[in-house]
Design a protein around this ligand. Structure first.
Ligand SMILES: [Fe+2]
Length: 396
């Protein structure tokens, strides 16, 4: 079977969802490759629609032209993130080296180090089916595109490395291997290794020296989102600083406890976003009910807030929707009271607040959540969140 191929037209980026349609598991384990931040809702809907449980959110490299949703997908869907070791993506749950395998149910993909577009760039190989149905898929990121290849003139790129990755690593795969590129700008969707060997406009018929000369003469404009996208992608797309009000989004992490404005910030579909402190003040004064929508597992292992209403939006394992949420929230919030919603980092609580608003509740999302986003060492509780800001909680 083929992967589900999705397209972001703003950045011409392909995102791929892989799963085994013959899996008897329910939901079926899946992985996603190169998800795009603006397409988060679409991708969650694809997972829901196909009865999939996301196991891994993967990057082929640290992109310069769009921001990944991998970190947010992990939060929403309960997946882990994986990225090439040499891309500086410090927040990834797993840093991949050449030959690493990632499993999803009975399936697995293998990571191939294919440097050149960036020093860390990887391709992923999925061998699916057996005997007459056997099919090999290569997800080539920006290393090999249909009839072309990614650029190599910035972000630790190297035309020599790119030539070797394409001609020695990727072209050593069987000619029937399906090539699924990271981008296409001409409406093409897939190719094969065999077709690229004979018809790739950049590589076919060129020596290494000719290829390097060609790549050096391309003179391409800088990607529009380079400065913004690369640092964001090196944190799996999780924005640590933008919710602080002590300056701008470039506030260094070392600034310490940047204070969030104690005012309601506008929101779409619910009453607004509030800082942990303001939520705590409302709760203490009796104006609001504090609802902790994290999973039971998170509260048990990470810590809980005595006196909060514990009502999971999704439950571990699998991050499946809690069917008792609607009834639970209606019963928990007395008429005339606000409800403030807390999750791990302030993302999952958004749909929980929206749903409560649909049920007639004055619902607010608590920014930063219980633990905040990860810092550059992938550790939570270091830059933001209920705990970090010194609000009450207990371990047991
Ligand atoms: Fe790229």
């Amino acid at each position: 079977m083929n992967p589900i191929q999705l397209f972001d037209s703003a950045s011409s980026t392909f995102t791929y969802v892989l799963f085994d349609e013959s899996s008897t598991e329910s939901p079926r384990p899946a992985i996603i490759i190169d998800p795009v931040d603006d397409q988060l809702e679409r991708d969650l809907e694809v997972l829901r629609h196909n009865n999939l449980k996301l196991v891994w959110a993967l990057e082929t490299h640290a992109h310069a032209d769009h921001i990944t949703s991998a970190g947010r997908l992990a939060e929403h869907a309960g997946a882990q993130t994986a990225a090439p070791d040499a891309c500086g993506i410090t927040t990834a749950s797993k840093l991949l080296v050449d030959g690493d395998m990632l499993h999803f149910g009975s399936q697995h993909i293998t990571a191939l180090h294919t440097p050149g577009h960036t020093a860390g760039s990887m391709s992923f190989v999925w061998e699916h089916g057996s005997d007459s149905t056997a099919q090999t898929h290569a997800f080539t990121g920006d290393t090999l595109l249909i009839g072309g290849c990614g650029r190599s003139d910035f972000q630790s790129g190297s035309a020599t490395a790119l030539y070797n990755s394409i001609t020695k690593v990727l072209f050593s795969m069987p000619g029937s291997t399906t090539v699924w590129p990271g981008h296409d700008y001409k409406g093409q969707t897939q190719s094969t290794i065999g077709a690229e060997k004979v018809g790739n406009a950049r590589v076919t018929g060129r020596s290494l020296e000719e290829f390097v000369a060609l790549m050096g003469a391309l003179d391409l404009p800088k990607p529009k989102r380079l400065e913004e996208a690369v640092p964001a992608n090196q944190r799996s797309g999780l924005a640590q600083t933008v919710r602080h009000d002590a300056g701008d989004a470039n506030t260094p992490l070392s600034i310490g406890k940047a204070k969030l404005a104690d005012a309601v910030q506008p929101a779409d579909g619910y009453a607004g976003n509030v800082s942990p402190q303001l939520a705590f003040d409302w709760w203490q004064s009796g104006d609001a009910v504090l609802v902790d929508i994290r999973t039971d597992a998170e509260r048990a292992w990470v810590g809980f807030i005595p006196g909060a209403v514990d009502l999971a939006w999704k439950q571990w394992p699998g991050m499946v929707m809690n069917p008792a949420y609607d009834d639970g929230i209606v019963a928990a919030i007395p008429k005339g009271k606000k409800a403030v919603f807390l999750c791990r980092s302030g993302l999952r609580s958004v749909p929980a607040a929206k749903r409560a608003a649909e049920l007639g509740i004055e619902a607010y999302n608590i920014l930063e959540g219980f633990e905040g986003d990860p810092n550059t060492s992938a550790h939570r509780n270091q830059v933001a969140g209920w705990r970090y800001r010194g609000l009450p909680w207990r371990q047991n």
